[in-house]
Design a protein around this ligand. Structure first.
Ligand SMILES: [Zn+2]
Length: 139
């Protein structure tokens, strides 16, 4: 599997960098964003390094889509948001900031207008606890 040593998401995917992982399979890895826009902000990444959708393999992205349903159900149970933003950016001009394919799942709440990237890091203890909670409700 093609991965890059200097890519943070590759390092998370292969376990060389820490992350609040909540789900993993052969093709994908899901973890909490450490700069959450809202509590429960998840990222689903492909394990293989694709910079963006322009070079991604359909099979891997299909698995990302499948898992987005799974993770949404877990978020619904644990966070109970009013809605959920699913965002996916490709290349800098489209708003991509980490150049390894990823999908954002961002819980949204009535009456709040929430951006995609928070400037504030999440509390490590809260992130760890939330990751455990989400893992516990996944099949
Ligand atoms: Zn990568």
């Amino acid at each position: 599997m093609h991965q890059l040593d200097d890519c943070i998401f590759c390092q998370i995917a292969n376990g060389h960098a820490p992350a609040y992982k909540i789900h993993e399979d052969e093709l994908t890895c899901t973890f909490l964003d450490i700069f959450p826009a809202t509590p429960g902000h998840c990222l689903i990444i492909t394990k293989e390094h694709f910079s963006d959708i322009f070079e991604a393999k359909a099979e891997a992205l299909a698995q990302v889509a499948r898992n987005s349903v799974l993770i949404t159900k877990a978020l619904e149970q644990v966070i109970a948001p009013d809605g959920l933003g699913v965002y996916q950016f490709n290349r800098a001009c489209a708003g991509q900031t980490v150049f390894h394919y990823h999908m954002h799942l961002i819980p949204q709440f009535e009456g709040k207008n929430i951006g995609i990237h928070s400037k504030q890091a999440g509390d490590p203890d809260e992130l760890a606890a939330l990751a455990e909670q989400l893992k516990s409700v996944l099949p």
